[in-house]
Ligand binder design. Structure first.
Ligand code: RUQ
Ligand code: CUA
Length: 615
């Protein structure tokens, strides 16, 4: 009776907590009292002119962008357009970036992955996936998207991506949606369990340039692969992915795919896969080498994990694999060594399409009672782990090895991923943890029905976690990675001598228009405060190529080229050349002008495209 009462009170308290309104509108009284608020303010205050200690690269979800914040100020510093045109930087308007986007003008970005050397962020590149089967590389030298690889063959729903291996050998991915492969093949939906396939894939990364190329794929049963993480240190060479729908169900998955008590984590020996491919053991499907684990054993194993697990995260020492069953109140810790022993001893309970299933009791070290709806885990430098709890709207702090839950901090509300400073590397930095929440529920000035998402900054430098700051962020902060600012050294201008564009010019006397048949090339110089030439005359129907070089070598001296009525909007950074090609199909006189306020005579920086009509 007493126990029941306690539980009831507990539930009521939880509900009350969840529904608790934020501080009254217009009030600046913090929920935790004035002195705590003063401490929090001081801890997040970055004085004018001072710099933040960390960069945060946050996923922009279906906006297709990456947002860059400074931590601890949580100030939004820049937006890196990746899969979506972005007029502010002219991304997706010039020939090169338009070609990189292909025919697609959106992408659903989920998991940014900083490049690593020996399991530590090395500050070279940021890889990021999107659901249309692509992975992009952002160069952290200039914070620009430099490559979009894909859509990859056989891949449908690239969610379990773009995780990198400890020395950035590969960006790893796994499909959320299974389809008959290769793409284009037909199979009726009632053949789902046998004729639809999931795919695990490895995208090769050039260690010097970061350039991505086709690696290999592994065919799997039609499970819905969800999240992944690369093994590190002792488990280096292995990759782990969770799945839901091991039921192989279709239709209303919220019911049909939640029947089993346990789904799986796939453990993939990617070095063995690499070797098998080199030995010619893959079949070419859709133009890529695909391993069928039934024919090539010894590469994939299944670890049972309850229940519809979402995140899987490997501890900094590589010894533990933490699988979060989103429909239960515990997170399961597997022991990598035990997994290896079970594989060696062939302690299997069965198989799924030829992939051996390990015995749960053989490989599990602990079920940690973190709370309801565990999703993702990050790590601190001191043996602590932090798990996000979607249903409880909280973060649980617990200790690796003792499995003791030591603290909880509420989140507002419904936390998804969380991101600790370098918290998925071999040497987490601690200090800060950010909860990436799905809802913000009016803890901000109202902006209409589409409310901002929230990213909450938590202090993890002491025993008790403390909420420091509510930041309201763009949709949708799925995941983020936080790196020490001192590891990045972005350039501020493109050095003239490194500009290899054949159409670049550096002197206004070289500017002008040349013609071959109906192809017109205009070489243009952008420099304060003239666009040279100030008039470009062409004939209707000409193919016009405008190559513009911003010859400035001064920090922050950007120039733009906005051409009215032709939907052209280019921005050139100092020392950069951009090229745009279009058909001059509309006759008339069309002003072009500099779009970036660059000087006292910025308004004067203008000219005319004159298109002489046919008639
Ligand atoms: S998912 S809220 Cu797209 Cu990474 Cu877990
Ligand atoms: Cu150049 Cu404004």
């Amino acid at each position: 009776m007493k126990k029941a009462l306690i539980i009831l009170v507990g539930i009521a308290a939880a509900v009350a907590f969840y529904c608790a309104p934020s501080a009254p509108k217009g009030s600046r009284k913090g929920p935790t009292g004035a002195s705590d608020m003063a401490v929090a303010a001081q801890k997040t205050y970055v004085a004018p002119g001072d710099l933040d200690e960390f960069y945060l690269f946050s996923s922009g979800g279906h906006s297709g962008q990456i947002y860059v914040y400074g931590v601890p100020s949580m100030r939004h510093l820049s937006t890196i357009p990746v899969y979506t045109p972005y007029p502010a930087t002219g991304y997706g308007f010039d020939d090169e970036t338009r070609a990189m986007l292909g025919g697609l003008t959106w992408g659903d970005v989920h998991h940014p992955a900083l490049s690593e050397t020996n399991g530590e962020y090395d500050g070279r590149w940021l890889f990021v996936n999107e659901m249309n089967g692509r992975v992009a590389r952002v160069d952290l030298k200039d914070f620009k998207t430099r490559q979009i690889f894909g859509p990859m063959p056989n891949i449908s729903g690239n969610h379990g991506s773009a995780f990198v291996t400890p020395n950035t050998e590969y960006s790893m991915l796994a499909t959320r949606f299974s389809i008959p492969i290769p793409k284009g093949k037909y199979a009726a939906i009632d053949k789902y369990a046998s004729d639809y396939k999931g795919i695990i894939a490895a995208v090769k990364i050039d260690p010097k340039t970061g350039t991505m190329s086709q690696g290999f794929e592994i065919m799997t049963p039609p499970f819905d692969w969800d999240l992944g993480d690369a093994g590190k240190k002792v488990s280096d060479g292995w990759m782990f992915w969770t799945c839901y729908n091991s039921e192989r169900a279709t239709g209303k998955l919220e019911v049909t795919a939640s029947q089993r008590d346990r789904d799986y984590i796939a453990a993939v020996d990617w070095r063995a896969a690499e070797k098998a491919i080199a030995e010619g053991k893959g079949d070419v499907i859709g133009g890529v080498k695909v391993i069928d684990p039934k024919k090539v054993p010894g590469i994939v194993y299944l670890l049972p994990c309850g229940k519809s697990p979402h995140g899987v995260d490997v501890s900094p020492d590589g010894k533990y694999i933490v699988g979060s069953g989103k429909l239960q109140g515990v997170t399961t810790v597997f022991n990598f060594e035990k997994v290896q022993t079970a594989i060696r001893n062939k302690n299997f309970t069965g198989d799924e399409d030829g992939i051996p299933v390990l015995k749960y009791e053989d490989i599990k070290d602990a079920e940690v009672p973190v709370g309801l709806g565990p999703l993702h885990t990050q790590f601190g430098p001191d043996g602590y782990a932090y798990t996000s709890l979607f249903v409880d709207s909280a973060i649980a702090k617990w200790k690796l090895g003792t499995w003791e839950v030591v603290d909880k901090v509420p989140m507002s509300y419904s936390i998804g991923h969380l991101c600790a400073a370098e918290g998925d590397t071999v040497s987490p930095k601690g200090k800060y943890l950010i909860g990436l929440n799905k809802l913000s529920h009016g803890r901000h000035l109202s902006v209409g029905p589409s409310q901002p998402e929230s990213s909450q900054l938590v202090d993890i430098s002491e025993e008790k976690m403390k909420l420091l700051y509510d930041a309201f962020t763009e949709p949708e902060p799925h995941n983020a990675q936080m790196i020490e600012a001192k590891k990045l050294h972005p350039i501020e201008v493109y050095p003239k001598e490194e500009n290899k564009n054949p159409l670049a010019i550096w002197d206004v006397k070289d500017a002008g228009v040349t013609r071959t048949g109906s192809n017109v090339t205009a070489k243009v110089v952008l420099v304060r405060s003239t666009i040279t030439p100030t008039a470009i005359e062409v004939n209707q129907g000409d193919t016009v190529k405008i190559a513009m070089t911003n010859i400035e070598q001064t920090t922050d001296e950007l120039h733009g080229f906005g051409l009215l009525d032709y939907n052209i909007n280019i921005v050139c950074d100092p020392g950069e050349t951009k090229v745009v090609t279009f058909k001059a199909d509309k006759p008339g006189v069309f002003p072009y002008y500099c779009t970036n306020f660059c000087s006292a005579l910025h308004q004067e920086m203008q000219g005319y495209l004159i298109v002489k009509g046919k008639g």
